[in-house]
Ligand binder design. Structure first.
Ligand SMILES: O=C(O)CCC(=O)c1ccccc1C(=O)O
Ligand SMILES: [Mg+2]
Length: 304
């Protein structure tokens, strides 16, 4: 039986409450596309294309071009033959298809990690998040001077309650020497859950070395942004943590199968999507997160 769907889409634009500051730069506005499928019986499914091209996905323009060239009526075969160059589109179309006729519902069982601002803003922001129930926090490093960040880290870890966990995300912005310094420090601080993407993507071999040389866990993020990259790093022997952003990781079914087959230590993370993409991503996170790993889906990132 060939199932066909009416297809339409709409672009959106949302401003961050606080711009995201990382080693890649400053990000102020999230733009994406909401897609809508409807079958002959009137069942609807929504999906979200939320690309981050500086992170390895297609650009927003490529995603919009893809939607524009599709006809108003599409088939299941069209949904499952989107190329790997459009991973955010793959995610949106399959999750819309999976959502047909299902109500939007957030998984209940997850624990969340809260995102702290880069720099010394972290020192005043962790406490209100702690009071909201967050027990894991992510803080960006590799943004300012090493010595200043180390100082802030020291103050932060002295003030955090002993059960709080801290994730350091360098966004590939450290040198090999700086990465060794950070890992050496982290090995003596019990709060640290992991160091995320210390080095740039081409330096996988060095990150494999570092993960063998220090106790502190290392998580790959930029290196495993899309599904082919995830497969590549696994095949090269990476057995540390994998940060997975379902919104740009391609087809959910393929990701699900890979995670289950290889029992990978996954930390699921947001791409600052709307509730539509978020629901589909959290559904996967609830199925595939190891019990001890909070998901990186903090709330309240936007003014509409
Ligand atoms: O993972 C999290 O905890 C929050 C999400 C996050 O940090 C992020 C969100 C969008 C793009 C890049 C990143 C990142 O991990 O570098
Ligand atoms: Mg990251």
């Amino acid at each position: 039986m060939v199932r066909i769907f009416n297809f339409d889409f709409r672009c959106y634009r949302r401003r961050f409450l606080q711009p995201l500051v990382t080693n890649h730069g400053v990000w102020r506005i999230r733009e994406g596309v909401i897609i809508h499928l409807r079958d002959a019986g009137g069942n609807c499914g929504w999906g979200e294309i939320a690309p981050i091209s500086w992170f390895g996905s297609e650009t927003l323009e490529e995603a919009i071009d893809f939607c524009r060239q599709l006809p108003g009526i599409i088939t299941r075969e069209m949904i499952f033959s989107i190329p790997d160059t459009l991973p955010a589109c793959q995610f949106a179309f399959e999750s819309a298809w999976e959502a047909m006729g299902n109500l939007l519902r957030y998984p209940q069982s997850l624990r969340y990690s809260g995102l702290l601002p880069a720099g010394d803003g972290a020192l005043s922001k962790w406490k209100p998040l702690w009071e909201q129930g967050y027990r894991a926090f992510k803080w960006k490093i590799g943004v300012g001077e090493f010595s200043r960040e180390w100082e802030i880290f020291d103050l932060l870890t002295r003030s955090l309650p002993p059960t709080a966990k801290l994730r350091l995300d360098a966004n590939g912005g450290l040198s090999y020497e700086e990465a060794k310094l950070w890992l050496g420090i982290c090995d003596h601080v019990s709060h640290v859950e992991f160091l995320e993407q210390p080095l740039p993507i081409p330096e996988l071999a060095a990150m494999l070395d570092l993960s063998a040389s220090f106790q502190t866990a290392i998580a790959l993020d930029e290196s495993v942004a899309t599904f082919p990259q995830l497969q590549y790093c696994f095949q090269k022997g990476w057995r540390g943590i994998f940060v997975i952003k379902p919104g740009i990781a391609g087809y959910p079914s393929r990701l699900r199968q890979f995670c289950q087959q290889h029992h990978i230590d996954a930390v699921f993370s947001s791409v600052f999507e709307t509730p539509i993409g978020r629901q589909a991503a959290l559904q996967l996170a609830a199925e595939l997160s190891p019990k001890n790993r909070a998901v990186g889906f903090g709330v309240n990132h936007f003014i509409n």
